[in-house]
Ligand binder design. Sequence first.
Ligand code: FDA
Length: 375
Amino acid sequence: TEKFDYLIVGAGLFGAVFAHEAALKGKRVKVIEKRDHIAGNIYTKEVDGIQVHQYGAHIFHTSDREIWDYVNQFAEFNRYTNSPVANYHGEMYNLPFNMNTFNKLWGVRTPQEAAAKIQEQRDAAKLSGQPRNLEEQAITLIGTDIYQKLIKGYTEKQWGQKATDLPAFIIRRLPVRYTYDNNYFNDTYQGIPIGGYTQIVERMLDHPNIDVETNVDFFANKDTYLANYPKVVFTGMIDQFFDYQLGELAYRSLRFETETLPVGNYQGNAVINYTDAETPYTRIIEHKHFEFGKGDADKTVITKEYPADWKRGDEPYYPVNNQENNNLYKQYAALAAQQKQIIFGGRLGQYRYYDMHQVIHAALVAVKAEFDPTK
Ligand code: FDA
């Protein structure tokens, strides 16, 4: 049988970057993926000429020139700029909170008028001392109107808990912009890969030294894998790797409902957040707007994103990085450090809410530690 130097568990961005770099160094790499496709959560699929983001809106953004150049080897990016809109009971507001938002809310026209209005609302709330929960924290930062219309419902849906039961630290700061700029990110580089994200991972894995198998779960044959591969890169859940022996880490899950509609343009924007408490989904994505209306003129594909509790067997989309879970993760990380055969990486392996640019960076750091440890 063929001999491999590395087994990579998970064909997401972390696993793919590591596999690609190892192959370039002459190593033979086996990649196994439990889903029926590669690319993990950045997976996109063409439907009616539209690239559909199968696991939620993905916008690439970074200020790191090296990461931007790195990812541009694998795809050409368009100039998409993330500028989401909020729908609160039919009232539409620009995000992030900026002069357009303040003008629509209060009729104010200048940064001075907006700042005065926010201060007036903070004062009226008469909160003093340390905020005791997320609600108090948000009102302290931004006042009641924005909290009630744009934060409360959305956050409660996202976490499945009342804002008064959520800890204050979840909102350390709220980006407030006293300009009429709707660009959500401050990063230097931003865009969507023309032709979708899947090609990026496809190209990373397209090397004679790399062998990829989908529909294969590491845990179906854990002991055999560990016996047969000198080195393993594991990008699944770290608590599952250790059989939950120290307890379960918490995650949030999501449910996506995708449909094709017989209209050319459904909502006029790629992302609309539903910030009221009653609408059960948090946002609707209209995929064609990521590519400036590409695809069929009479059709569009939309996805509703529903937040969901997580239990074993569900997709763990978000780590819940509160104190308790971070402490538990640290104990798992200590166990992981003793396993010299295994590199734990990525969003689930490191239990960190990594964005794409951060996961590429983390993978390149792991590559360097593995192949070039003295530099
Ligand atoms: P990822 O989860 O992608 O890959 C891990 C892979 O391992 C999966 O394919 C999984 O099936 C597989 N696996 C797990 N256990 C296994 C097992 N036992 N055996 C075999 N395979 C196994 N980022 C950003 O920069 N901009 C954005 O706009 C967004 N938006 C966004 C929206 C939503 C809804 C989510 C959930 C996430 C984002 N992200 C994002 C984050 C982005 O998705 C993330 O940074 C990368 O996908 C992380 O790549 P990983 O390789 O770490 O994990």
